[in-house]
Design a protein around this ligand. Sequence first.
Ligand code: BYC
Length: 343
Amino acid sequence: MYTQSFSVPDGTEDAKSAGLKAVPKAMNAHDAALQAQFDARIDADGRIEPREWMPEAYRKTLVRQISQHAHSEIVGMLPEGNWISRAPSLKRKAILIAKVQDEGGHGLYLYSAAETLGTSRDQMLEALHTGKAKYSSIFNYPTLNWADVGVVGWLVDGAAIMNQVPLCRCSYGPYARAMVRVCKEESFHQRQGYEALLVMMQGTAEQKAMVQDAVNRWWWKCLAMFGPPDADSPNSAQGMRWGIKRISNDDLRQKFVDATVPQAKVLGVTLPDPDLKWNEARQAHDYGQIDWDEFWATVNGNGPCNKERLGARVKAWNDGAWVREAALAHAQKQQSRQMKEAA
Ligand code: BYC
């Protein structure tokens, strides 16, 4: 299983030696001094805090990544939330409610972290609801039966932990701190999924077949979650130079494959890849080709559930309008009462 202690050397040195500058060229002497300070902090592996000077491109990159991450958590509540009313026992239902609530909480920490960069929650939600903002490709696939809920916990949360533990060392303080708690909770999410599957794998032939079928449908989508290959990843080099991203998409994907193979063996399922095999020379598993056309179609709005997911979020936003209006009216009433009392 993955835990908070999962941490490996990062690729920051590679980005430095590739000659990438931590920030674009400064405009004047004052900015140059600020930029030099920023560069020195990044080079010393220090943290950047909200009120400190930062290059505009660094701020924008963080708003993009953190808001996409927040949207993924909120949209990510939908495929599993769908199963709360159909969980097979009270125990499974309580666990699933807790997990989905955690994801809502992760979204809120992350929106708050992005707000410290000068963007508002309304702006971020507007970008999501109008389809301008991205969220993780993985949540555009359906959860067809109860085994899918277990596999989402095991593989989707497993991939999320692999990607997110290095983010606890992100150079932007509020994001890094939010990720510490997120990762602890994700660790529980992954374990509960794996445990639910272990129980199903001790059940009937039909239950075992359900687990294998769910693994077959989710495996390749989970590998694609880590993002495009490094050579086709436009944001990676700069993200790594800035200490936002610590490990590349391909390296994380490889670590996920290597960690998951023994887990699949214990579970008794086959990972659906005839090319998956241990490579002694690389001390890692080789694996087959990911369907990047399908990935990009999904990212660009044409996956099986994109419209349904976005529709559900827009509906929740519209249905909640009366709550926002009532809260605002209450706050205004309180403010005018306080002003009257103070006068
Ligand atoms: N889906 O240059 P690249 C969770 C986009 S939450 C959609 O490599 P970057 C969970 C990418 O945004 C899971 N889009 O980008 C929640 C970029 O487009 P833009 C989410 C993707 O930022 C609930 C373009 O492709 N986790 O796991 O360096 C329940 C080029 O990519 C995807 C996070 O958000 C994708 N899979 O690296 C259970 C973690 N991959 O923005 C689980 C934080 C790439 O230039 N984010 N794209 O238009 C990250 O670590 C990085 O942003 C990524 C991408 C690794 C995702």
